[in-house]
Design a protein. Sequence first.
Length: 288
Amino acid sequence: MRILLQLGCALAVFLSASAAADSSVWRISKGAQQLYIAGTVHLLPPEQFPLPDEFTKAYQQADVLVFETDVRQLETPQGMQLLMQHAMYNDGRKLNQVLSATTFKQLQQFATAQGVDLKALNGFKPDFVLLTLMQVALQKAGMAGEGVDMYFLNKAVAESKPLHFLETVEQQLSILLNVSAANEDVFVQQNLAQLSELEQQLTQIISAWRSGNTEELSELAMAFTDTAEGKQFYQALLVQRNQNWIPQLKQMLATKEVELVLVGALHLAGDSNVLELLQQQGYQVTKL
């Protein structure tokens, strides 16, 4: 489940932050250089808007908006083709062949409970299948909605603010839909174990995000690293991408423009998170 939150799924919560609470927005600076970086959730129900004031303040100060990737491309025929290329096995394998009989049966039972026919997804990788099932579960629970990223993307487009993206769509799909490679059974088992507590998990994460509780977010980010496979998933989904982004962020900090960088909240928590890596580079990190 926590792994899937990094796959672009998630989130709802019914707990508001108090006026004195911290936020999930930071100012990064060194001398006159500065940018803002904000942790986001990718799906958020309408009742969670408006966002905390710190997001609005950072947006108003920003000359450029920076996102993980341009999700609008997934709505194009070319984007859909790319998605299918990365979501499906291209060597003839099937999900019921890759997974053990026990794991496949458990996945099938969960899919059936969500009203999804797993036979239709048998040619897809478990990463995509679990992502799909989680999104269905969120929709059934009334917990899906426009996320923080899409809210600001639409706002920036409407106001003609320049946009920048840390990853191409193909780069992101290549990473996010291949996490389970060579460890498919473990990946599915870990996530199925969490899916039974979906609403509780999402509420906990969004509560921590909205109130800027980085300690709790760190615990959530690191919770699945107690196995070798979990550490591998964490490295691929978070650490490697965080490290890849640092040179780009340093280039942005060297320009006169002020950027607002919006990335998933767990990229800003746990070991080797973006904020920690920037501090190691000598930048000052100040929470709003």
